[in-house]
Write a protein that binds this ligand. Structure first.
Ligand SMILES: NC(=O)C1=CN([C@@H]2O[C@H](COP(=O)(O)OP(=O)(O)OC[C@H]3O[C@@H](n4cnc5c(N)ncnc54)[C@H](O)[C@@H]3O)[C@@H](O)[C@H]2O)C=CC1
Ligand SMILES: O=C(O)[C@H]1O[C@H](OP(=O)(O)OP(=O)(O)OC[C@H]2O[C@@H](n3ccc(=O)[nH]c3=O)[C@H](O)[C@@H]2O)[C@H](O)[C@@H](O)[C@@H]1O
Length: 436
């Protein structure tokens, strides 16, 4: 099989498919990424990826190329290229998906199945399927959205919690597509892995609805956190209490600085934009509010920091722990942590920022910021410490160890992961999000 697009999704998918026993060729236009992957090196941080890259490469089942002609040998072709937010708009930028398919078409033959994995606006699969059928009679397309989480990408790919196939409305083609995909996932599917075989539109909508729901859950708890902040209530205890109701569930109810990353923010915007194109803008208008609540959390941290610094961030030394959009990832796309850091720098604060894995990416995007190697260096002489990404090593920080390094014992726990009692007892001015 071929995997076109070897970013956070495609590189993991390619390596995992080889790990499951398939012969895989990974293709990307980014020469640096392919050069790294070709020698078994992960081009980004993802736990478990280096191990499966090494084992798959040494088995000879996984190779990489920058040339689409390499796909000619394969019969199943995954499309895993990016669908970022279009500059100046809320819609998804589909130019990469279209370019990838156009480049692939000359190498397709009858009996090939193109499998879309990228997250796309509803209607895309039908449009691309028509292209495939017109160009190569006997070839077809399926849509197989991906639900992996960064940080758990390898596990989520090798043992998915469900699979969704969007297939042609021609019954014979649908049956054949399902059989092809069943074979692809034969070793990943356990007897109780739920499988939903459906039409294209449903498959596309399942993906964006799942992300919209997750974003809604996070913004819901963050909106309640705003109320907790003016009433003295405790959002963590509240989330625990409502989470005991199995209909609600505790997962994804962690209030803090909000969601970021290469998917949730752009996916809810693109979903809303697509609804507007379909004349149903009002149906998803609430997603604008979800976005607005989310972005307010970043502003809330900036305001809180200024308040704790007696109304003035200018010339104050701010230590930032965490830049990635979540722990166990080096991804800084739409990272709330990085956004807050940039805003504080803009207010004239002297920021020392660190992250176990994301410094290089953050430096590439914001060279104006000052980066240091670790938490000890970041907090030295700090007037305030901000915990913005809940990496294990920051969750485990001991207040007494930091006390001698900082200029002032002030800390903002942007992810509600520290024990407030322990920090306050150690003499710190501890503030969190939605907790007294
Ligand atoms: N990152 C994630 O955790 C998940 C991502 N997705 C979706 O998967 C898609 C890809 O996302 P990421 O991997 O995060 O993006 P990414 O930006 O990390 O990777 C995209 C890759 O596609 C390559 N590319 C662009 N045009 C190409 C072309 N014409 N031919 C070959 N390669 C090309 C780029 O060079 C890049 O390496 C998006 O639609 C995203 O929404 C879905 C589920 C999980
Ligand atoms: O489409 C995608 O790309 C993926 O998007 C998310 O995965 P991911 O972006 O890797 O990260 P999440 O674990 O969902 O976290 C997203 C953001 O929400 C934040 N978050 C998460 C949970 C929570 O309770 N509170 C909270 O603020 C995280 O810190 C992070 O910034 C989805 O969880 C995946 O199922 C999906 O496949």
């Amino acid at each position: 099989m071929s995997v076109v697009g070897c970013g956070y999704l495609g590189a993991v998918h390619a390596a995992a498919m080889a790990e499951l026993g398939h012969e895989v060729i990974g293709i990307d236009v980014d020469e640096r990424k392919i050069a790294a992957l070709a020698v078994g090196e992960a081009p980004f941080f993802e736990p478990g990826l280096p191990e499966i890259l090494t084992s798959a490469s040494s088995s000879g089942r996984l190779t990489f190329s920058t040339s689409m002609s390499a796909a000619a040998e394969a019969t199943v072709h995954f499309i895993a290229v990016g669908t970022p937010q279009k500059p100046g708009s809320y819609s998804a930028d589909m130019t990469f998906v279209d370019a990838a398919l156009d480049a692939l078409l000359p190498y397709l033959k009858a009996g090939d199945l193109v499998v879309g994995k990228s997250t796309v606006p509803v209607g895309t699969a039908a449009r691309l399927a028509a292209k495939v059928r017109a160009a190569v009679p006997g070839a077809d397309l399926a849509w197989n959205p991906e639900f992996l989480r960064e940080g758990f990408a390898v596990k989520d790919t090798i043992s998915p919690d469900r699979l969704v196939y969007g297939v042609s409305d021609d019954p014979k083609t649908a049956q054949w597509s399902q059989a092809v995909l069943d074979e692809v996932y034969a070793t990943a599917l356990s007897e109780d892995t739920p499988l939903v075989v459906t039409d294209y539109a449903t498959a596309e909508l399942v993906k964006v609805s799942a992300n919209a729901f997750l974003a809604t859950k996070i913004s819901f708890i963050n909106a309640i956190a705003e109320i907790a902040e003016v009433t003295g209530a405790n959002i963590t205890e509240l989330a625990d209490a409502i989470g005991f109701d199995a209909r609600i569930g505790r997962r994804f109810l962690n209030a803090g600085i909000g969601f970021g990353g290469g998917c949730l923010p752009k996916d809810i915007r693109a979903f809303g934009a697509r609804a507007e194109e379909l004349g149903r803008g009002e149906s998803l208008a609430f997603l604008k509010e979800i976005d607005a609540i989310n972005l307010r959390r970043r502003q809330r941290v900036v305001d809180l920091v200024v308040e704790m610094l007696d109304g003035q961030a200018f010339d104050k030394k701010v230590a930032v722990l965490g830049l990635a959009f979540k722990p166990d990832s080096d991804d800084i796309r739409d990272s709330p942590a990085l956004d807050i850091t940039v805003q504080l720098h803009g207010l004239g604060a002297i920021v020392s920022a660190t992250d176990p894995e994301a410094i290089q990416n953050a430096q590439g995007k914001h060279p104006q910021l000052h980066f240091v190697a670790d938490a000890t260096e970041a907090v030295r002489d700090a007037d305030i410490v901000l915990l913005l990404t809940e990496w294990r090593e920051y969750r485990d920080l001991v207040p007494e160890d930091l006390a001698d390094l900082v200029a002032d014992k002030k800390i903002v726990d942007g992810r509600n992961v520290l024990d407030s009692r322990v920090w306050r007892e150690a003499g710190w001015d501890y503030k969190a999000m939605g907790r007294p």
